[in-house]
Unconditional design. Structure first.
Length: 231
């Protein structure tokens, strides 16, 4: 009985040590991975990674992680222009395959939510245009247009619907533009307030599925397969 008790104590101690070592290893790898995450053709402001599942060491030994949660902040294309910057993106990666001495990682499946702030949406809009939440799933777009017929500039605000075009482009289109009987006014206003912008810096393998304006910004559901985030 004494030998059995000693064996049990030893097993408990070893299990505790293994758990501590396992958790320390997770922390170290998470920290290193945050510095290595890259998106081809894009810049990332910051990265936060959380590796799920236990034990971690056996997952590493098999070069595949069950689940990884990633939060990327400030994703923008290197190409410049008026591509939309992704303010934040939270993604859940499944069956993440490690390669190239753990310097590369590809997720078999991924899903999450990207958010484009109204500040970033305004930055990507036409010059002199401001975009904010308009309530009830709409955005409010305000711009100043010059009216040659009147010889002056006027400011107009419209409520607009936001949709996805081709899975990578955000379209903002005014539901209605007050004409007020001024010839050509609607066309001039729409030239300012209606626009399409490609979402820049989206990781390879991810696609935009559904978009919804909220008080915090444009929320976009993202899904993908064979998503590569590091290397």
């Amino acid at each position: 009985m004494r030998a059995l008790r000693i064996s049990v104590v030893v097993l408990v101690v070893l299990a505790a040590v293994f758990t501590v070592v396992d958790r320390v290893a997770v922390y170290v790898v998470e920290s290193q991975a945050e510095d290595r995450v890259q998106v081809q053709g894009a810049r990332i402001g910051s990265t936060d990674i959380s590796i799920k599942g236990f034990p971690f060491l056996t997952q590493v030994a098999g070069s595949e992680l069950d689940e990884v949660e990633v939060r990327l902040t400030g994703i923008e294309t290197r190409a410049g222009g008026r591509a939309l910057r992704i303010s934040t993106m939270d993604a859940e990666l499944r069956d993440v395959r490690l390669s190239d001495g753990f310097s590369g990682a590809t997720a078999a499946r991924a899903e999450g939510t990207a958010v484009i702030s109204y500040e970033d949406l305004t930055e990507a809009a036409s010059d002199g245009v401001a975009v904010e939440y308009g309530g009830h799933g709409k955005v409010k777009v305000t711009g100043t247009v010059s009216i040659p017929l009147l010889g002056r500039a006027v400011s107009r605000s419209v409520l607009s619907t936001v949709t996805l075009v081709d899975g990578h482009t955000v379209r903002v289109h005014a539901d209605k533009v007050p004409g007020e009987g001024i010839p050509g006014l609607e066309r001039l206003v729409r030239e300012k307030t209606d626009f399409e912008r490609r979402v820049g810096g989206l990781p390879n393998g991810l696609k935009l599925e559904k978009i919804q304006p909220t008080a915090e910004g444009l929320e976009i559901a993202v899904t993908g397969t064979d998503v590569r985030l590091a290397g």
